[in-house]
Write a protein that binds this ligand. Structure first.
Ligand SMILES: Nc1ncnc2c1ncn2[C@@H]1O[C@H](COP(=O)(O)OP(=O)(O)OP(=O)(O)O)[C@@H](O)[C@H]1O
Ligand SMILES: [Mg+2]
Length: 260
């Protein structure tokens, strides 16, 4: 079996008296879609924050592609191939769709290390290359028509897809998505599912936090179920779906999603 691209073990995070994440193990293999589901407050976003170094764990370890994530500052991770999206949309409102996607690939450039004034030609060339890269992503997502639209003008569905596009522009080895389908209609969700399948097939592993159980079950290779910070089940979708502990913890309450 191939080595996992991500291996987290014993991850624990307490906020005061609350254990938001409680001894969680998560392994992600290359080319796979790994879902993390669970009711509101189960600890899904906190788990993502721990994996990406945004939050320091009280216990546990995270290895990504041979690197000890907990020893690296979070801004180093995109350069190593670890990219994430956030639960609430974080497009820059005053930048165009193209410029927003370009931000996701910024770590691939060299000019950012150098004083702009000294390396203007290089910076200009790299900006052009970034714009081309962003346009390729927009084409891939069928969003080229929005390239010149400001982030603040984009419909929700487009903005959510664009956030995935921004992360993809960075050529990640592992993409962590926090509820990418929130606010999408059926057609947009189906389109997103197609995009994610293509991304995984092209060699980028995905961790998908999602409330849409049908989406999760239809595209995931393995599903981890969290409840009150702890792992309730972990396995292939069909197995997880039939697990009585999962039904009790989660699937019965899925209609009550209150995510904003
Ligand atoms: N910075 C924080 N300080 C205190 N408590 C927090 C903090 N972040 C999260 N929590 C708490 O930790 C628990 C897990 O929250 P988390 O956001 O990880 O859940 P979630 O599974 O992502 O939920 P949702 O489906 O609503 O997004 C919740 O009880 C939440 O209130
Ligand atoms: Mg969350």
């Amino acid at each position: 079996m191939t080595d996992p691209v991500l291996h987290a073990s014993g991850l624990t995070k307490r906020f005061g008296g609350l254990t938001a994440v409680d001894g969680v193990d998560l392994t992600v293999r290359p080319d796979t879609i790994r879902a993390v589901i669970g009711p509101n407050g189960a600890g899904k976003t906190t788990l993502l924050d721990l994996i990406t170094g945004f939050t320091r764990p009280d216990a546990g370890a995270v290895t990504f592609d041979g690197h000890d994530v907990l020893r690296l500052p979070p801004h180093r991770l995109p350069g190593l191939g670890l990219m994430r999206t956030f639960q609430s949309a974080r497009l820059v409102p005053r930048l165009t769709a193209r410029e927003n996607v370009m931000l996701g690939a910024h770590h691939l450039t060299r000019a950012r290390f150098l004083a702009d004034g000294l390396r203007l030609p290089l910076a200009r060339r790299e900006q052009r290359a970034l714009a081309e890269r962003a346009d390729a992503v927009l084409d891939h997502l069928g969003l080229r028509g929005y390239a010149e639209h400001k982030g603040s003008e984009l419909p929700t569905g487009v903005a959510r897809l664009l956030e995935v596009g921004r992360a993809l522009a960075g050529a990640p080895k592992l993409l962590l998505l926090d509820e990418p389908a929130a606010g999408l209609d059926g057609a947009e969700t189906a389109e997103l599912a197609g995009v994610l399948r293509g991304v995984a097939a092209a060699g980028t592993a995905i961790v998908l936090i999602e409330h849409d159980v049908d989406l999760v079950m239809s595209i995931s290779d393995e599903v981890l179920v969290l409840d009150a910070g702890a792992v309730v089940a972990d396995g292939p979708p069909a197995e997880v779906r039939a697990d009585p502990a999962v039904l009790a913890a989660y699937l019965g309450t899925v209609e009550q999603d209150t995510t904003p």
